[in-house]
Structure formats: C-alpha cells, structure tokens
Ligand binder design. Sequence first.
Ligand code: ZN
Length: 353
Amino acid sequence: MISPQDLRSPQVPAGADALAAREPVLALDLGGTRVRAAVVMPDGTVAGRREQATPLADAADAVLDACQRLLSDVRAEVAPGGEPRLIGVSCPGPLDAWNGVMLDPPNMGPTFHDVGIGERLEAALSLPVFVERDTLVAALGEAVFGAARGCRDFLYLTVSTGIGGAVVSDGHLLLGPDGTFGELGHITVDMDGEPCGCGGRGHLEALASGTGILGQARIALDGGATTVLREFAGVAGRPSARDVADAAERGDQVAASIMDRARRAFAAACVSFVDIFDPDVIVVGGAIADGQGDRLLDPARALIEATAFRLPRRRVRIEPAALGQDVGLVGAFVLATIRSPDPRWRGGRPLPG
Ligand SMILES: [Zn+2]
C-alpha cells in the first residue's frame, strides 16, 4: 500500500530555526576541481574546513581515498562530545542517490563508473552517509540558509561549466523515479541550435554554460571571424569562457554577440520556468552567474516582466545565490538532517519501486 507520504521526498525545512535542535554533520563536497570537507553546525556555520585539489589524474579510488582522509582529519579535530553522527555528501551527477553510487559523471574521467561513494565512506567512517547530486544539495543549502529562505516553491540554477537545476515545489525537493528531476539546463531554447553535450540540440546548456560559450567561440574562430579571442591562449590554446566575457566587455563584436546570445537564451529559459513552475524565486549560482551578476539576471527579469504569465510574473524574483563556495557543505548538512529520519534513505538503501 502506498501512502501519500511515500510519494513525496522529505519536506525542505523553511528556515534554519527548523533545524536548530539538530546535531552537527560531517559534510563533504566533491567537485571536479576541489574536494572540501568540514563540520557544519545546525546554525549553518562551517567549522574545521579542509580542502585539496581533486586528484582526478589518478583513478576514482584515489579520489575516494582523498575524500575519506579529509573527513577523517576533520572528525579528528572535533572537541569530545560534539562528534557528528551523520555524513552528508554533495557530488557530481548522474547519481543513484538511493544507493550512494556515482554513475558516469562526465567531468570526473572514465574511472568514475558505478562508484559506490556512499558505501565506501560508510564502511571507512562507521557513520550513515547520505549522498545527493551537487545541484540538489546546493538547492537545499539555499533553501535553509540562503537566498530561498522561507520559500516553499523555488528553482535553483547553477550556471557554470554546465547548467544544473533543482525544483522545490510545495516544500518538497522533486527527485523523479530516476533522481534526474529538474535538469533545467537541458530545456530547448533553439530547436536548430548547437549540439548539447547530452546529445540533444539547442539546449540552454549548449548556449549559456561555460562549455557552450566556449563552443561558440571555437565555431567563430574556426570560421575565420575577426576577434581578439584569437590572441587568447587559455587552457589548450583556446580562450576560456571568462576570456570571452572579458572581450565582450571591452567591445569585441564577436565575443559580445556570443555573450548576448547566452544571456538571451538564459532569459528565454527563465520565462518558460516561470510559466511552468510558478516559483516564488529563481536562485542562480555558479561561476558564470557569479561573474556576470546582473548582466545575466537583468535581461531575464526584463523578459519575464514583458512576456511571462501575468500572475506568476508578479510573484517571482530572480536572485543571485547567497552561500558562495560553502553551498555544497551547508547543503550537505541539510541533506543528511532531513533524510536521516526517513527509512527509505537508511540501512539497505533499497531502490524505489
Ligand atoms: Zn542537453
């Protein structure tokens, strides 16, 4: 028998007060460039931070070793009596979050195939481990301690190397049966547009992510365009996404048109998100969004005001993320705290259905 509660993920707490009575959590944020660990306190403060470069040149096993070592080091420094009893983990997707298994994350290299990070850390540290995709973990952090505090309906977007998304509706983080709910970067904004890394075409990520911006710069360079981008020699002799943004600011026409297209794609997608999801707020984080600030958000606000459905456009705010580099750690605290009482996320970790 399925009860209505079985159909929903645990409710996202509306604010830090709801978690104030909880315990500290040992938090891990595994990314493609850095791995961070810390103890996160119930008021969202981050203590005992440790971090290092992700040793991606080595195999997945070496990366898991680094994660385990950082967590052990952080735990060893906790004062007696205050030891965390839960571990929360943010890591790149796609992911089987029910079993704590990283499937084939595209930015982590070929050895990251079905990597059981949950089981590994649980065995090494003898604490229950709760693992979730980085964008969803960030959404949980922003929901409790950041720009979406007090909101029951919001979207989180990260505009970075790729574009990730998360949907919180009526206080519940939506997962879907496969855990892939809310991949908002793969909304189509141009049916005849550039190929996306996922195999689709004209997706938001193909136009407005760091990878997408670089891809368009490459097309312009290969086509013989006259642009200062030719003089940039970033990684692998190509301009970086930041080089393209800088060149646009300095008046380079080719770079300006790439950045303009990225902003228009982002704005068009945001109008669809407002019409489809009726959110209180769209929180936007990630390196590209942080660098662009209102140059990215203002065109979205203007297009929503001009063309989104009348009722949701009056409500919605487009806000920059508030938690910066700590978002994965703080979100991992919320993740472990809300999932630990729910038997579906403990013990044998059965797959849903
Ligand atoms: Zn795509």
